[in-house]
Design a protein around this ligand. Structure first.
Ligand SMILES: Cc1ncc(C[n+]2csc(CCOP(=O)(O)OP(=O)(O)O)c2C)c(N)n1
Ligand SMILES: [Mg+2]
Length: 329
């Protein structure tokens, strides 16, 4: 699927599906956490869906993505099964990491999803290494590293930019700027010029996009992914977007005022995409059916996860980092 000018309506309609899946998944994940069915942390991606969907629409089976702590949306957009992801959150057998990783360790190499990552910004250095591996092996493919504005103040990110430029690696860096790093406004802890200027200093071509506008993300990301595919080395896309929920599902956001949240929700990427499609002649009934289909898929994923067996205790130390014998022995 591409966002080529010949088929923009089909492209936007196809990309709307992951938006709905992600929105429904995040609402279900938050609710399950509050019911005590999900342990650990859940960082909801609600509000930012158009970035993951608009970028991943341009990726195929030979391409890879890496993500960060807020990683559910990137995984779904890259084609990871929401049902297997929900099992992972519930800690059940059949989860993407056998139920042993949880929300921040969702990975599925069979779909090119290299992993969510709790360490800011280690998904980016992993993506850069993966891009280097593709280049050394002479394999086609593009790697996309998704990260937040908070990561723009971490040193390893700049090592990755330098390395990617030095070796002309096939990587697209996507900074999702929701304005927040946990409970802080990122600008309150940032000196110097804004992200695009910092990255341009590495000689990496930069672009900016309204990340709540699916049509714009499809267009801008399409051009940048193509530039990487053409062998020009790394690209950087800065997507301004809005985080609707707290940093974590149990963060009630007392540090944000009501007006700000109302404004954020009013700029809904799903409503904007639907308005665009309606204006382009897509019937409302088709849009309603798509939303319902996605909601039903996620409802089924929750029911399936809840009914799934727990992992066998004997498998507790399989598929985990090799530490020899368990440390407690
Ligand atoms: C090395 C490191 N330092 C601190 C943290 C704690 N931490 C988790 S998320 C986060 C900031 C995230 O902000 P951003 O990168 O903008 O992503 P967002 O949560 O807004 O999506 C921090 C500081 C961490 N996970 N890793
Ligand atoms: Mg942020």
């Amino acid at each position: 699927m591409t966002s080529s000018p010949e088929h923009p309506v089909d492209a936007v309609l196809a990309a709307l599906r992951p938006l709905h899946l992600i929105r429904a998944f995040e609402e279900a994940a938050g609710a399950a956490l509050h019911r005590g069915q999900v342990r650990g942390s859940v960082h909801q991606y609600t509000g930012q869906e158009a970035v993951a969907a608009g970028v991943c629409a341009h990726l195929g089976p030979q391409d890879f993505v890496s993500s960060h702590h807020r990683g559910h949306g990137h995984a779904i957009a890259k084609g990871v099964s929401p049902a297997r992801m929900m099992r992972e959150l519930f800690g059940r057998e059949g989860g993407t990491s056998g139920g042993k990783g949880g929300s921040m360790h969702i990975a599925d190499f069979s779909c090119g999803m290299l992993g969510a990552n709790g360490v800011v910004p280690d998904g980016v250095t992993i993506a850069t290494g993966a891009a280097h591996a593709l280049k050394l092996r002479g394999r086609p493919g593009v790697v996309v590293a998704f990260f937040g504005d908070g990561a723009m103040n971490r040193g390893p990110l700049f090592e990755a930019f330098n390395w990617a430029r030095l070796f002309d690696l096939p990587v697209l860096f996507v900074c999702e700027d929701n304005g927040y790093s946990v409970t802080l406004k990122t600008r309150s802890v940032t000196g110097g010029p804004p992200p695009v200027k910092r990255v341009a200093a590495f000689g990496i071509p930069v672009g900016e996009v309204d990340g709540n506008d699916l049509v714009a993300v499809l267009q801008e990301a399409g051009e940048r992914v193509q530039a990487v595919r053409d062998g020009g080395g790394p690209q950087f896309l800065h997507a301004r977007t809005t985080r609707w929920q707290g940093h974590l599902a149990h963060d009630l956001q007392p540090y944000r005022d009501a007006d700000e949240l109302t404004r954020a929700r009013a700029d809904d990427c799903i409503e904007r995409a639907e308005r665009w499609l309606l204006a382009a002649g897509v019937p409302a009934s088709r849009l309603d059916e798509l939303r319902l289909q996605c909601q039903r898929e996620i409802d089924a994923a929750v029911a399936e996860a809840d009914a799934a067996p727990w992992p066998d205790a004997a498998t507790a130390f399989t598929d985990v980092q090799d530490i020899g014998s368990p440390a407690w022995r």
